[in-house]
Design a protein around this ligand. Structure first.
Ligand code: 5GP
Length: 234
C-alpha cells in the first residue's frame, strides 16, 4: 500500500492518505509528550513497540466483537487503518485511582475502585482536555445519545477484555484512554492502545510499566515498554 499525502501530524503519530480513499496509513513516532506537550522527549523505539502492541490489542478486540479502525500492520512503524472522523472526546476508564483522578479528588494513588469509572474529556489541548459529562456532549452536539451509548458499551467491554488479557500477562490495567471515530455511519475504536494510553503496573511489584515513567522521570522508559511488548507477545 503506497503512502501518499500526509494529512495529519499529532504528538505521537502521523497519518497519510493511500490510493484507497477509505484507508490511511498510521505511522507511530518515537516522540513523547506529557502535560499538554509542555514536556517533550523521545522514547527510543516507542513507535515500533506501540505499533506492534496496538496490532495485537486491536486484533484481540476485533475477535471479541469490538469494531476497530485496524486493518493490518504494514511494517515496523506503520499500520493500515480505516479513515474515520474522530469524535472529539477522550474516553477514560479507571479501575484503580491514579493520575488525573487522584489529583481531581485528592485521593491516594492505588485505591481499587468498587466498579470501573468512565470519564469523558473534551479533546482540546488548549483547554487541557477538560472533564465533561454526557449532558455537555449531547447538548453541544459533540456526539449523539446513540453514539454515546455505543461508546460507553464498547469502552466497558474493552475494559473487561483487556483486564483479563493483561492479568494473564501479570500486568494490572490501572486505567486507559480510548478514542472513537465515525466510519460509514458507525462508531468504531480508533487511535492506539499502548503504554502511552494505558497505565500498566506489574502485578507483583506494582512497578509502573507505562508512560508515567516518562511523565515522572522514573528512568528505564524504553525498557518498560519493551517489557510490556515481550509479555503481550509471549
Ligand atoms: P489521566 O486522566 O489520569 O491523566 O489519564 C488516564 C489514562 O488515560 C492514563 O492511562 C493516560 O495514559 C491516558 N490518557 C489520558 N489523556 C491522554 C492523552 O492526552 N494522551 C495519552 N497518550 N494518554 C492519555
Amino acid at each position: 500500500m503506497q503512502k501518499l499525502k500526509q494529512i495529519y501530524e499529532g504528538k505521537a503519530k502521523k497519518l497519510y492518505e493511500t490510493e484507497n480513499a477509505d484507508l490511511l496509513i498510521q505511522e507511530f513516532k518515537d516522540d513523547a509528550t506529557a502535560f499538554d506537550a509542555t514536556k517533550r522527549g523521545t522514547i527510543m523505539n516507542k513507535g515500533v513497540i506501540n505499533n506492534k502492541l496496538s496490532e495485537k490489542i486491536f486484533g484481540l478486540l476485533e475477535k471479541a466483537g469490538i469494531p476497530t479502525h485496524f486493518e493490518k500492520r504494514l511494517n515496523d512503524r506503520e499500520m493500515l487503518v480505516k479513515k474515520v472522523k474522530i469524535v472529539p472526546i477522550e474516553v477514560t476508564i479507571r479501575n484503580i485511582v491514579a493520575g488525573g483522578m487522584a489529583k481531581l479528588l485528592g485521593l491516594e494513588e492505588g485505591i481499587i475502585l468498587k466498579e470501573p469509572v468512565l470519564e469523558y474529556h473534551y479533546k482540546e489541548d488548549k483547554l487541557h482536555d477538560p472533564l465533561i459529562n454526557d449532558y455537555h456532549i449531547k447538548a453541544l452536539g459533540v456526539a449523539t445519545e446513540k453514539e454515546l451509548e455505543t461508546i460507553a458499551k464498547y469502552s466497558f467491554k474493552i475494559n473487561e477484555i483487556l483486564n483479563k488479557f493483561f492479568d494473564s500477562k501479570s500486568l494490572i490495567l490501572v486505567d486507559f484512554k480510548l478514542e472513537f471515530g465515525r466510519y460509514k455511519g458507525k462508531v468504531i475504536l480508533a487511535d492506539e492502545v499502548s503504554p502511552d494510553t494505558c497505565r500498566l503496573w506489574d502485578k507483583t511489584t506494582k512497578e509502573k510499566l507505562d508512560k508515567d515513567r516518562f511523565r515522572r522521570d522514573l528512568g528505564n522508559v524504553e525498557e518498560a515498554y519493551q517489557e510490556v511488548l515481550r509479555r503481550v507477545l509471549e
